[in-house]
Design a protein around this ligand. Structure first.
Ligand SMILES: Cc1cc2nc3c(=O)[nH]c(=O)nc-3n(C[C@H](O)[C@H](O)[C@H](O)COP(=O)(O)OP(=O)(O)OC[C@H]3O[C@@H](n4cnc5c(N)ncnc54)[C@H](O)[C@@H]3O)c2cc1C
Length: 650
């Protein structure tokens, strides 16, 4: 490392002790791969003995910082299975038999167990296996204690929302857990804390020639006037041509597609990217594209080069005002997400401080009541999960973590078999269990490797979607006076490692209080989507996944410190002094792949890959949001309900 890099690292605080370097990215520590300062010795002991890590005192994965999400130790077994290099090692026949085994402890898997028990009764014996050290799948909880105070964030799934109204089953499950999103939203969401703070753009020197933070992105019901945009853009390093055309895009109401019917316009827009729409139809200067490039990252995980223009119309991006398009789905193909935007649905958007991890925790509390105290959505937020209760012999429902299913096979011919054998790897050993039926609530692309007896066409369909890689980074900082001084609460940084940063919505619920004053510690949220503009969507996702799995925690940490320093230092932020902890929630296999007309054929009804992929096979049914090709919590629940019904009716 050069002297200047070394001194920059010192300024950034790369050598400062924060609660995150206790284990390093990419190194699976012990075969279970779960390791942290407080309970490290007990986990190492667990790896060496028959005792499971989750039963050891102090086991509390949400409090781990560093590389989380798909954490070291969670994925090595599955990758070895994919690569044909997995070897079983010592195999233990547990002798355990269950009515139902669920592979995957995300919302879908937990919901499948919930629906099955509801039908089969409280004595139904159910085992849930998950490869992560915590349950919840993408609905993960992050805990921080800056200055001793509990702060919570979602490590993945954020909100109870959907492009469409929740189905009877999904809404019913949420209601049975006691969650009333509109009521909680009204009671617990505090929109006053960051009042007066605006959105901003950060233009980095590598992309725009010089670092510049420009606060006050025009907003409001009309999206900002031409004058507001002209004034804002004048402060940016964008070229005069780009500034002129962005004002046009934001405020002009021209019909750029005259002579075409609505249906023709919609059809054309559904087959071109938003970037092409801006450059070829609106005829904007090419420099405008970098300004908009990452705007679709949060929702789609890819940039405007790969998201259809019609989707961007549906989600109310600028430029379409003068086209006279009716907000109805008819006329052009939309992705699932965008289709919902033009279909009236329930307008709530509530989120718990730890996102939908609270739903997962409530499901777990319902399935294994001894694991957590309390009864309400308010008390779940600060309830402490006793992980040692999750997998008790005497409990009808058991949740076994750090356990990767490697084989799921009927005992005998699938058509007549009465049972299914499941083999899973955990720490250094391999175990077998048996069940009357199985719900695979894991990811579609894993299933062909785990369940090779499936028909070839089904396996091919299961492999079609490529999950969207993305990263939710959460940084605990000692105070947010820099945000207040700069007058900003969220920043778009289209050229940087993370494409946005922002303060989380304040929610006060039960005993949990969000920070109120700038002097209090706060959590900063950062989004990274490692897509590769210019490639087809699925290739962008494949490349992004390798990028994520190859990036060390040190790479992340240096980029995070550098980015926060460059954006916030004018407000007094010092990364070496102010950063308390960093959690990188890395999801190389993130959102379920949604179909869109730019990249996917228009399959006949019932013939989409997800329709073929989710067919029941003997005593094995398939759930998970991949089965709906839609990355939403309600879809994960709906698929669980369907899978359980299929097994019951078989
Ligand atoms: C970053 C992010 C943010 C999101 N935000 C929202 C949001 O705000 N609102 C919303 O509605 N939806 C959101 N979603 C989508 C939502 O999270 C999902 O639709 C839903 O939670 C998926 O639940 P699931 O159980 O189907 O899958 P998952 O949560 O992925 O759970 C599947 C589990 O199966 C495990 N598994 C895989 N293979 C095996 C194996 N062989 N053995 C054992 N276990 C295995 C996986 O590791 C995982 O833990 C978000 C998704 C991501 C990634």
């Amino acid at each position: 490392m050069s002297d200047s890099n070394r001194s920059r690292d010192k300024e950034l605080g790369m050598s400062r002790a924060i609660t995150r370097r206790d284990f390093l990215n990419g190194v699976a520590v012990g075969a279970g791969g779960v390791l942290a300062s407080g309970w490290m010795p007990s986990l190492l002991a667990a790896a060496e003995s028959d005792a499971a890590a989750q039963d050891r005192p102090g086991y509390n994965p949400p409090a781990l910082t560093g590389m989380r999400g798909s954490h070291p130790g969670a994925f090595e077994t599955a990758h070895a299975l994919r690569d044909g290099t997995w070897t079983p090692g010592t195999t233990v026949d547990t002798g355990e038999t269950y009515d139902l085994i669920v592979v995957g402890g995300g919302i879908s898997g937990l919901a499948a167990a919930y629906f099955h028990r509801k039908h089969a009764g409280a004595n139904a014996r159910i085992l849930i296996l998950d490869n992560h050290d915590d349950f919840g799948g993408h609905a993960k909880r992050n805990e921080f204690r800056p200055g001793g105070r509990l702060l919570l964030a979602n490590g993945g799934t954020v909100a109870i929302e959907s492009p469409f109204t929740y189905s009877k089953e999904a809404a019913g499950l949420i209601a049975e857990l006691g969650i009333d999103p509109p009521a909680l939203e009204a009671k617990c969401t505090d929109r006053s804390v960051y009042k007066g703070l605006a959105g901003a753009y950060f233009f980095d020197k590598e992309t725009f020639g010089g670092d510049r933070l420009v606060a006050g992105v025009p907003s409001g019901p009309d999206g900002g006037s031409a004058k507001a945009w002209t004034d804002f853009l004048a402060k940016t390093p964008l070229s005069a041509d780009a500034q002129r055309d962005i004002v046009r895009i934001q405020t002009e109401k021209s019909d750029y597609m005259t002579g075409m019917t609505q249906a023709e316009k919609k059809d054309k827009l559904s087959r071109m990217s938003y970037k092409d729409f801006l450059l070829k139809i609106v005829k904007a200067h090419p420099d405008v594209s970098v300004f908009y490039q990452t705007r679709t990252h949060g929702l789609y995980g890819i940039g405007i080069d790969a998201v259809p223009a019609l989707d961007c119309w549906a989600i109310r991006f600028p430029g379409f005002e003068g086209l006279g398009l009716d907000r109805v789905p008819a006329g052009g193909r939309l992705s699932f997400t965008a289709l919902g935007e033009v279909t009236p649905s329930q307008p709530y958007h509530f989120h718990f401080p730890d996102g939908n991890a609270s739903i997962a925790r409530m499901l777990v509390r319902s399935l294994v009541p001894s694991a957590a105290p309390g009864h309400s959505p308010e008390d779940i937020v600060t309830a402490k999960i006793d992980y040692s209760q999750l997998d008790k012999k005497e409990s009808p429902v058991r949740i076994r973590l750090n356990s990767t299913a490697v084989q799921v096979q009927h005992v005998g011919d699938a058509k007549s078999a009465k049972e299914v054998d499941i083999t899973y790897g955990r720490e250094t050993k391999t175990y077998t269990v048996r069940a009357k039926s199985v719900v695979l609530a894991c990811w579609n692309m894993v299933i062909p490797y785990v369940c090779p007896e499936l028909p070839a066409t089904q396996k091919q369909a299961l492999k079609y979607g490529v999950k969207v890689p993305l990263v939710y980074t959460v940084v605990a900082i000692k105070n947010w006076t820099s945000f207040r001084k700069l007058g900003i609460s969220r920043v778009s940084s289209p050229g940087m490692y993370h494409s946005s940063i922002g303060l989380d919505q304040a929610t006060n619920i039960g005993d949990y209080q969000s920070p109120k004053t700038p002097e209090e510690p706060v959590l900063v949220r950062m989004l990274r989507t490692p897509c590769q503009p210019g490639l087809p969507a699925r290739d962008q996702q494949r490349v992004g996944r390798y990028d994520l799995l190859g990036a060390s925690f040190e790479t992340f940490e240096r980029s995070i410190r550098d980015q926060l320093a460059r954006i916030l230092s004018a407000g007094g932020f010092d990364p070496a002094r102010d950063i308390d902890a960093i959690t990188v929630n890395r999801w190389p296999h993130g959102y379920a792949y949604e179909y869109n007309p730019m990249w996917d054929p228009d399959w006949p009804e019932g013939q989409r890959p997800c329709d073929i992929a989710r067919q029941r096979f003997g005593r094995i049914a398939i759930a998970n949001s991949d089965a709906a090709a839609a990355a939403y919590t309600d879809q994960a629940i709906d698929q669980a309900f369907r899978a359980v019904q299929e097994l019951l009716s078989a």
